[in-house]
Design a protein around this ligand. Sequence first.
Ligand SMILES: Nc1ncnc2c1ncn2[C@@H]1O[C@H](COP(=O)(O)OP(=O)(O)OP(=O)(O)O)[C@@H](O)[C@H]1O
Length: 303
Amino acid sequence: MITLERLTKRFGARTAVDDLSAEITAGSVTGFLGPNGAGKSTTMRMILGLDRPTSGRALIGGRPYQELRYPLREVGALLDAKALHPGRRARTHLRALARSHGIPAARVDDVLEMVGLGGVERQRAGTFSLGMSQRLGIAAALIGDPGILLFDEPVNGLDPDGVLWIRTLIRSLAAEGRTVFVSSHLMSEMELMADQLVVIGRGRLIAHAPVAEVIAASSQAAVVVRGPDHERITGLGRHLAAAGARVESEEEGRLLVSGAPIEDVGLAAHRLGVPLFELSSRRASLEQAYMELTADSAQFTAS
Ligand SMILES: Nc1ncnc2c1ncn2[C@@H]1O[C@H](COP(=O)(O)OP(=O)(O)OP(=O)(O)O)[C@@H](O)[C@H]1O
């Protein structure tokens, strides 16, 4: 588990992370979302002891990073896949990491196989494609078999095969009971990958909830009602609106109802004797829900 307790980071006059509290639980993938400059990387850096909080704290399994004796055995991270020295060979890099953390050298070959770099371990990192660098970064994150993993934009710039591979890996790491915290700007990918979401804007917490809940809260989520009798459909709409639902009608005989469960809409139609051709749920996308949530906190917006 990762615990953020009133975590705050200021850079001079700029507050990058502002009083952020959240618990990122084990056994599931938690997506970390927010507009550019929202404070995601800074939060991850504080969790990993790379930036010192101005106030508050970030705990890994109940302890600050600095107190972990062999950090790589407790937490692995992929922050910047291209950060590795270009002259380093993949295997040499992983061997050095293993040695400094008391991890058996045999584990190096295991993780190279696991990420599909088994054949290129002697190649220098500078000759790696972005996808290979990403895989090497993931091998480094996994080398200590840690229970907690952080991935900052892991699918950035990857081809569809690479994206599918990372998604499957991340899901399986969580299924093994690990805590997985992943940032991404790709909403469609997050929708497939994450169980919960932490959404921040201007350093502050906007939402912390299961993905399904965040999507259901979007105003784009609606119940679609359609029937042959326009007047009776309109009457049903009035009835639902009087009961507190939001009702729109873009074409005759068809309603979009939000703020009322589909069961209530169906029962109301039945009670009022309104014949229906369609009663269905229109699901919002995570992208729509996210855009609504963060509309007020995007740092850079076109006018
Ligand atoms: N070392 C630093 N010195 C000064 N300001 C910084 C530093 N690091 C980050 N910031 C500022 O803190 C804010 C949060 O940045 P951060 O990189 O954490 O956001 P982010 O959510 O990761 O953004 P992105 O999605 O663009 O990667 C930004 O306004 C950024 O300019």
